[in-house]
Design a protein around this ligand. Structure first.
Ligand code: UD1
Ligand code: CA
Length: 454
């Protein structure tokens, strides 16, 4: 019988090198906070409990945890006395937990699910404590794993390491797995007599060995352990993330015409045979159904695009947009909180917000839903197979019935019944010959001005 797994995610650090008012773990990669990536990685172990240790910016981090992982518990570490001290804060929350605990860092977004599963296997193979290490190209200031055959002997922090120890390239990622009760017992024995005066989580290895427990290391690619400390590293992580997601979506049957110019969010969902043209940005919460095409220079967030629909070039789909199958959104069209039925066309220069547009309706160039009166937002409802003439202002709240039409340039302030034609503009007058007379007068004025200037 397995007793399940608990995640302990360390997210109390300040991230001072970010020079930010935002707690480090809330900075985003792929339009998702770093913390969400860490929690997502941990989800590979199907954890029964999740404990996030907060400190700097605790209130904001806690709010984010509530949104990302509603089942998670947060505990506060009021002073950041070290990684060992941080883990100890999770003890009360897991006092009754009999399974394994895994320590992850909130600022380390790329640990692969498979890596965590390999750690669980190493636990099952008889290691009491399993540490995740990696061969560093530049070991720099990482803690070093000192091994003895297949056993892990101890971890030395860079600050405390000898020259020989610093020459070791096998580094500590920070990810640790052990029976929760064992982990907390070990952490309770950690002191702070070291170069940093901190309670090092890493000290548990030496303590465990002294108690006759077995410690082992599992290794992974350095790219997985990439932690974010600076804005430059954040940008580097974004690049890594984008490269991976682009490859994933292409492998799943999506054409990216120029992959390096398409920016995806962690939660972007595509059906098969979607085509994405160059220079498209996907914010959070976008789903694009089979066979749809997102044309160049479009920006989408919180939007659903139906099967076979086409958006762009230069379309902006904002949150709450739902495009039906085969709908067409053309250049310089913005939509927000708008449900557009199957086959709806909004091809040029329009704003459709807080609206519901029935199937088969055509919205002419320059149409605007005037949804905001400066205080309140109002809805526009257009029926099916309607025709909205170019440059119509739909002053919400207003509705246009099925198969109705509005004349170009109309300002529609009252509901239009089904099958009616609404004309709401000044009547045109033609003055015979007046254009010629007017031009002659203007030319005379111009000639007079030129004489004066001489
Ligand atoms: C730590 C490891 C080091 C490893 C490196 C990998 C220790 C003592 N050292 O060093 O061996 O090579 O990570 O990146 O564990 N945190 C808290 N509370 C604290 C201190 C830290 O929540 O009191 C959190 C931080 O927010 C961060 C994580 O723990 O997410 C790691 O802390 P950090 O100070 O960056 O550790 P390093 O010095 O990099
Ligand atoms: Ca760090």
């Amino acid at each position: 019988m397995t007793l399940g797994t608990a995640l302990i995610v360390l997210a109390a650090g300040q991230g001072s090198r970010m020079l930010s008012g935002l707690p480090k773990v809330l900075h985003e990669v792929g339009a998702q906070p770093l913390l969400a990536h860490a929690l997502g990685a941990g989800a590979a172990l199907d954890p029964e409990r999740v404990v996030v240790v907060t400190g700097h910016g605790a209130a904001r981090v806690e709010a984010a945890v509530g949104a990302i992982a509603p089942g998670a518990v947060t505990v506060r570490q009021d002073r950041q006395l070290g990684t060992g001290h941080a883990v100890a804060q999770a003890r009360p929350a897991l006092a009754d937990f009999g399974g394994d605990a895994v320590v992850l860092y909130g600022d380390t977004p790329f640990i692969a699910p498979q890596t965590l599963r390999r750690m669980a296997e190493a636990r099952a193979a008889g290691n009491d404590v399993v540490v995740l290490g990696f061969e560093a190209r530049e070991p720099g200031r990482y803690g070093r794993l000192i091994t003895d055959g297949d056993r892990l002997d101890r971890i030395v922090e860079f600050k405390d390491a000898t020259e020989t120890e610093r020459a070791v390239r096998l580094c500590n990622s920070g990810v640790v797995m052990a029976r929760a009760a064992t982990l907390f017992d070990l952490v309770a024995a950690v002191g702070n007599d070291n170069a940093a005066g901190e309670y090092y989580l890493t000290d548990i290895v030496q303590i465990a060995n002294a108690r006759g427990l077995r410690c082992g290391a599992v290794t992974c690619d350095e790219a997985e352990t990439l932690g974010i400390n600076t804005r430059a590293e954040l940008a580097g992580a974004e690049a890594v993330f984008q490269a991976r997601r682009r490859a994933e979506v292409m492998a799943a049957g999506v054409t990216l015409v120029a992959p390096d110019t398409v920016f995806l969010a962690a939660d972007t969902v595509f059906g098969r045979d979607v085509v994405v043209e160059p220079n498209v940005v996907f914010g959070p919460g976008v789903r694009v159904a089979e066979g749809a095409r997102i044309r160049a220079f479009s920006h989408l967030e919180g939007a659903q695009v139906g099967a076979g629909a086409v958006a762009g070039p230069y379309a902006r789909l904002r949150p709450g947009t739902r495009l039906g199958a085969g709908a067409r959104i053309g250049n310089f069209v913005e939509t927000k909180n708008a449900a557009l039925g199957d086959g709806v066309k909004v091809n040029h220069l329009s704003y459709v917000g807080d609206a519901e547009i029935g199937a088969g309706t055509n919205i002419g160039a320059g149409t605007i839903t005037c949804n905001y009166d400066g205080v309140l937002k109002h809805r526009t409802v257009v029926g099916t197979e309607a025709f909205i003439g170019s440059n119509t202002m739909l002053v919400a709240p207003v509705s246009v019935g099925d198969r109705a039409m509005t004349a170009s340039g109309s300002v529609i302030t009252a509901d239009v019944p089904a099958e009616a034609l609404a004309l709401a503009r000044a009547r045109q007058q033609n003055k015979p010959g007046l254009a010629v007379k007017l031009r002659a007068r203007l030319l005379a004025i111009k000639a007079g001005l030129a004489r004066k200037a001489e």
